[in-house]
Design a protein around this ligand. Structure first.
Ligand code: GRF
Length: 204
């Protein structure tokens, strides 16, 4: 099987990074996580990368005079390693059109709602405040908007009357850990095809 080199961008806990390590690297072998990039030194996900023997680096926007210079630095790290896919996993920054143009159709994100509902921050609280009975998570390709790109996979979960943000987030997170690795595996096997803003799963 051909392996693709991916980079995972994180800002914090890194539980999605862990699910990608566990299921695409260790179980499946279709993916090589060549690099983890964090914009924060204190991201717990860095310890997960280290434990798994994955190379990581911290690139902080504050160390650069502009966000373009910051992105140039990230891009140069990616280019050194022939990265074919960037997976955003709790990465708390928007990537600019300049960055995305270097990786067209090659950046994925996971979001804790059923998009297009509840884009942006605090999606689980937004869902509770709205009073929906079903929420969930979405893996999508990243475009220039916030959580607006073509949808790859989604999974719904129930919202219960006694849910709070933590209980709903935990129920959603369990599903995130399944659909993100699944989407990455589909990509690695060349099974995802973009038709306009629709992502079609190829059979062959
Ligand atoms: C997840 O809920 C993800 O959907 C959102 O940020 C959170 C990151 O969690 N984008 P983790 O760092 O992967 O544990």
């Amino acid at each position: 099987m051909i392996k693709i080199n991916i980079a995972v961008f994180i800002s914090g806990r890194g539980s999605n990074l862990q699910s990608i390590i566990d299921s695409t690297v260790e179980e499946d072998g279709s993916v090589n996580i060549s690099l983890v990039i964090s914009n924060r030194q204190d991201a717990y996900g860095l310890q997960r990368a280290s434990k798994a023997g994955i190379e990581y680096c911290v690139i902080k926007p504050a160390d650069f005079s502009s966000s373009q210079e910051y992105e140039v630095e990230m891009l140069s790290e990616l280019q050194k390693r022939d990265i074919e896919l960037v997976a955003l996993a709790g990465f708390m920054r928007l990537l600019s059109p300049y960055f995305l143009a270097e990786f067209p159709g090659k950046v994925m994100n996971i979001h804790p709602s059923l998009l297009p509902s509840f884009r942006g921050l605090d999606a689980q609280q937004q869902a509770l405040d709205y009073g929906v009975k079903v929420s969930g998570c979405t893996v999508h390709f990243v475009d220039e908007g916030m959580d607006t790109g073509p949808i790859i996979l989604q999974k719904a979960v129930s919202v219960y009357d006694d849910d709070n943000k933590e209980s709903l987030a935990a129920r959603i997170l369990k599903e995130e850990h399944k659909i993100y690795p699944a989407a990455i595996k589909l990509y690695a096997r060349g099974k995802l095809q973009l038709a306009g803003r629709k992502v079609i799963k190829k059979n062959q």
